[in-house]
Design a protein around this ligand. Structure first.
Ligand code: IPM
Ligand code: SF4
Length: 763
């Protein structure tokens, strides 16, 4: 039987194919940013470890960065007025300087959202494995790479070992055939898919997008699909490389040139799933069935066509009561009525940006709709390019002028209003048409209401002040536009082909710079193999259990974005489930919340009857908030895979019980305020009388680590010789993956710096 593209890349990166208990994947490139790294670098320091491959690591800042005008920028300390944000960013600057890691800071025009910067620079290459401690890392799969996301503990693991522990996932094929209709973009394809499979539909899988529709998509449009695959629970996603990929990559700074380019091309052309590959699951979509869409609720799969109406929970009463309750809660939060028309939803704000939709094609699509029109009087609309280079390109094409003339605010790059971690936030009750990827409660600010949609649809909403079918406003193109002339206001003004940055970028390859070609730059010291940290041991736990019954508890709900500014792993307990525990206005405890009641406020076990616990962001802070509150164990029907992984690495036992009857019994014990016993050695849950309720499964490696309080890095470093052997082989076969990041030039030399900026960051 043949193999899928994922199977091939996974197999080719197994450091030791004989180790099936704790399989290690070699990481060809590691992208880092300010939020999850302070604790990771701190862990390295405490354990006297160094960064194994600074030459395979690239850093930038995005989440905390204000998007205000930077013309007076001097340095991060003076520019960032918010102390916690300043601390995270300056700590990253200190850490990258200390470890010799290349960094695109705020004075560098190459700075931007990690998932925009990586592909833009050509860091992500077909057939390679990239790691980033952020849940939208799947974006990079659009070029045919295996893009792995994780969080703090795994970042530390990658920094120390250049590998990550990764079991094999199953294969999920999404085949889309046919032509997209006018006004339909890849954002609509992914929203359509989510409406079909739900937020856990692809949990345990890697998605490959294929079919004629996908082949006709540009690279940027493919990135949108891969980016939001995590919203369907997929651990990552990819698209097989083709001519569109090759054309996109050629000439970017970190892409091979000359002889290496030819060799790479030959290899990339082999990268596709075999005809007879085994697919564990296939979803077929007909492109004609996709229409411009929006989300109405607080989960990314709450999707309706713009021509549709808001669902009525009464239709599900008696058929699916949990879902009916979830719809009612969403409608209340969103301030909407059942059965109202999508186009009757009035908006206050528009946000065009984020790692989903802030690239040049997105800005072109928005500008085409906005051209010659004016933003509705009560709407504030902002456009935040994904990187300084996207911004520069847009300005070169005059898109900023069109957008500003229409009344849009034109800002500096960053994550901005995607997650309420920087000054760009919604006020309580404000409603936003947003090109982002998550519409969770409080995601864009406490009490803020988010509707996800494409950039063209967002621009249309900005103009009319309500949700609008973009097809009625303008004769639109579609998401498959690539390398074509775009028509704006009747005149041909721009080309959607190669962006100018490529020319600049290519030049970086030709500038002479000393090439550091050490095989293994920072070999960790022998003594560093033993961790001083470890994780809390777990054997038998007896405690009252806090009962929950919500589905899709996402990590933004567990701990909102604003609390991610901490640089330690502790202190998050009081903010756990902030939206559920505290009134947003008075900040008083909500008495109905079980975590505010005795004896559950002291519970060490959380039992949830709703599926897909921990979906959404990869923030390890969600696990830290739970453990800081006092939880040692979470029991639920199913978990999102990144959360599940993060839990085990922090001594929090996540137990999946898919037997509804057994789970009901545990929940009943919790409701009765009786102790529940979780026995890890025997893998069983008992009631307070000692009677076994259910046996549970646990991965043997995780069990071993939990019982013994072992962290992964210590175990991995035991196989260090195997990592060296793999690295040597990789270097001989794919030389272009090495010695490239070090060749990146300082911004000054490329004319990509901010004129007033201090020269601190040029190493
Ligand atoms: C901060 C980061 C860990 C987080 C993620 O993993 O997704 C963020 O990017 C988000 O979108 O919520
Ligand atoms: S989802 Fe939003 S916050 Fe997360 S990386 Fe993308 S832009 Fe940044």
């Amino acid at each position: 039987m043949g193999l899928t593209l994922y199977d091939k890349i996974y197999n080719a990166h197994l450091v030791d194919p004989t180790n099936t208990t704790a399989p290690l994947q070699y990481i060809d490139a590691h992208l880092i940013f300010e939020v999850p790294t302070p604790q990771a670098f701190d862990g390295l320091r405490r354990n006297k470890r160094s960064v194994r491959r600074p030459d395979l690591t690239l850093a930038t800042v995005d989440h905390n960065v204000p998007t205000d005008d930077r013309s007076g920028y001097r340095d991060a300390s003076s520019f960032l007025t918010e102390p916690a944000a300043r601390k995270q960013v300056t700590l990253l600057e200190k850490n990258v300087a200390e470890h010799g890691i290349k960094y695109f800071g705020m004075s560098d025009r190459r700075q931007g959202i990690v998932h925009v910067v990586g592909p833009e620079q050509g860091l992500t290459l077909p057939g390679s494995v990239i790691f980033c401690g952020d849940s939208h890392t799947p974006t990079h799969g659009a070029v045919g790479a295996l893009a792995i996301s994780g969080s703090v503990t795994e970042i530390e693991h990658v920094l120390a070992t250049q590998t990550v522990l990764q079991h094999k996932f199953k294969n999920f094929r999404v085949r889309v055939e046919g032509d997209l209709g006018p006004g339909v973009y890849s954002k609509d394809i992914i929203l359509h898919l989510l409406s079909k499979i739900g937020t856990a539909g692809a949990t345990g899988y890697i998605i490959e997008f294929c079919g004629s529709t996908i082949r006709n998509l540009s690279m940027e449009a493919r990135m949108v699909l891969c980016n939001m695959s995590i919203e369907g629970g997929a651990r990552t996603a990819l698209v097989a490389p083709d001519e569109v990929t090759v054309e996109y990559l050629q000439g970017r700074p970190l892409v091979p040139s000359g002889e290496d380019w030819d060799k790479a091309l030959t290899y990339w052309r082999t990268l596709q799933s075999d005809e007879d590959a085994h697919w564990d699951y296939t979803v077929d979509i007909n492109a004609v069935d996709i229409v411009p869409s929006i989300t109405w609720g607080t989960s990314p799969d709450d999707v309706i066509p713009i021509t549709g109406t808001i669902p009525d929970p009464a239709d599900l009463d008696g058929k699916d009561d949990i879902r009916a309750a979830a719809i009612r809660r969403s409608l209340k939060y969103m301030g909407l009525q059942a059965n109202m028309r999508a186009t009757d939803i009035q908006i206050d704000r528009v946000f065009i940006g984020s790692c989903t939709n802030s690239r040049i094609e997105d800005i072109r699509a928005a500008a085409r709709v906005a051209s010659g029109r004016t933003v509705a009087p009560r709407v504030y609309a902002m456009v935040v390019p994904g990187s300084g280079l996207v911004r520069k390109q847009a300005e070169r094409e005059g898109l900023d002028t069109i957008l500003k003339k229409a009344g849009f605010d034109w800002r500096e790059p960053g994550c901005s209003m995607c997650l309420a971690m920087n000054p760009d936030k919604l006020a309580p009750g404000e409603r936003c048409a947003s090109t982002t990827n998550r519409n969770f409660e409080g995601r864009q600010g406490i009490g803020g209401r988010t509707h996800l949609l494409s950039p063209a649809m967002a621009a249309a909403a900005a103009i009319t002040g309500h949700m609008t079918d973009v097809r009625e406003l303008v004769a639109t193109g579609n998401g498959s536009l690539s390398n074509t002339q775009l028509t704006l206001g009747g005149d041909k003004v721009m080309s959607a082909g190669a962006v100018t940055v490529q020319t600049e970028a290519t030049s970086t390859n030709t500038l002479s710079q000393p090439v550091v070609d050490e095989a293994f730059p920072n070999r960790p010291a022998e003594e560093s193999k033993i961790s001083v940290d470890g994780i809390p041991k777990f054997d038998i736990l007896s405690s009252v259990a806090a009962p929950f019954d919500m589905q899709n508890i996402n990590t933004d709900l567990i701990i909102p974005g604003e609390f991610l500014k901490t640089v330690t792993r502790t202190g998050l307990g009081p903010s756990l489930f902030r939206e559920l525990r505290y009134d947003p206005i008075t900040i008083q405890e909500i008495p109905e919340c079980v975590l505010n009641q005795e004896p559950w406020r002291h519970a060490q076990i959380l039992v949830c009857t709703g599926a897909n616990f921990g979906c959404g962001s990869s923030r390890e802070h969600a696990v830290w908030a739970l453990t800081d509150f006092g939880f040692r164990c979470v029991i639920a029907p199913s978990f999102a895979s990144i959360f599940f992984n993060n839990a085990g690495k922090n001594g929090l036992l996540a137990i999946a019980i898919d037997d509804a009857k057994a789970l009901g019994l545990v929940h009943a014990e919790a409701m009765a305020k009786r102790n529940v016993v979780v026995d890890l050695p025997n893998q069983e849950i008992r009631d307070s009388s000692g009677k076994r309720i259910v046996r549970f499964n646990v991965d043997p490696y995780t069990k071993h680590c939990l019982l013994n309080g072992l962290d992964d890095i210590s175990s991995t470093l035991v196989s260090e010789d195997k990592i060296y052997a793999f690295e040597t082989k990789q270097k001989a076969t794919f030389p272009w993956l090495f010695n490239r990041i070090r060749k990146l030039q300082p911004p000054k030399r490329l004319g990509l710096d901010l004129p007033g900026a201090k020269d601190l960051l040029e190493w």
